[in-house]
Design a protein around this ligand. Structure first.
Ligand code: FPP
Length: 250
């Protein structure tokens, strides 16, 4: 059994069975800006600290056996932030892709970008494409990076492409629409974790989150510790998912 499951008893004092493990955990990593302001630092420093946390939390989830992890790194709405912050986040992503891709590849991680790539700087777009191409056959874990991503924009894009492909009305169903989303071939998230205290989805995976379990923590993303992730996994394991039906003993 992987180390996180051996260690988790000492971390949380409560064990979730790996059988109840979410296959796909999606994360809204909120609170970077507030974390930085609290420390008297520029907001971009919060995002830099946030990257360290991505590294650590994806390792914890991978060791726990989670096969798909999605992080919400930049939304279609985040373009309206001050230019310096937008450039800061772009710069961080570019640096991270350049420095981390090889290590992730060695660890068998497949990298997938969810979102628009046409508005990214050419160099960033090239690095993202290279990372996806290099890692496309990896199987230990899939790391989806939602960047210039918005759930509504994703659904509209799918509808437009379906129309452009001349698909007839009777062929359109959930399975077909799924194929036109950025997440085609990625299972829907079982668990969505949002840090930073807000309790909303903020245009994240709107179609895919129909039956996701939601977990909110007030902790700012850069302050998140493995034990809080384990708590989220344990809480997930304790929930009953009915997908709209009744339980058998009802
Ligand atoms: C939310 O905190 C965080 C973001 C919008 C950006 C996160 C981006 C990164 C960590 C860097 C790039 C990503 C990758 C994948 C390497 P916030 O700024 O909304 O915080 P606040 O709510 O406290 O203001």
């Amino acid at each position: 059994m992987s180390s996180i499951w051996e260690n988790k008893q000492t971390i949380s004092g409560h064990i979730a069975s790996p059988i109840d493990l979410p296959r796909h955990v999606a994360i809204i990593m909120d609170g970077n800006g507030r974390w930085a302001l609290k420390k008297g630092l520029p907001r971009t420093e919060g995002h830099k600290a946030g990257v360290e946390k991505i590294r650590m939390i994806s390792k914890v989830l991978g060791e726990a056996g989670v096969k798909f992890v999605t992080i919400y790194a930049f939304s279609t709405e985040n373009w309206s932030r001050p230019k310096s912050e937008v450039l800061g986040i772009m710069g961080i992503l570019e640096e991270v892709i350049e420095t981390e891709t090889e290590r992730l590849h060695q660890n068998g991680v497949r990298i997938i970008h969810l979102g628009r790539s046409d508005r990214l700087a050419k160099k960033l777009r090239t690095s993202v494409n290279h990372a996806q191409e290099l890692t496309k056959h990896n199987q230990s874990m899939t790391l989806c990076i939602a960047f210039d991503y918005g759930g509504r924009a994703e659904i509209l894009r799918a509808i437009k492409q379906i129309m452009a492909d001349g698909i007839s009305r009777k062929e359109i169903g959930e399975t077909l629409l799924n194929k036109y989303l950025y997440t085609h071939n990625i299972p829907d998230p079982d668990l969505i974790i949002r840090t930073g205290g807000e309790k909303r989805l903020s245009n994240f995976l709107l179609w895919q989150s129909a039956y996701s379990e939601l977990y909110f923590t007030p902790v700012h993303w850069p302050d998140l510790e493995p034990k809080q992730i384990i708590e989220a996994l344990n809480e997930f394991a304790s929930r009953r998912r009915r997908f709209g039906s009744l339980e058998k003993d009802f």
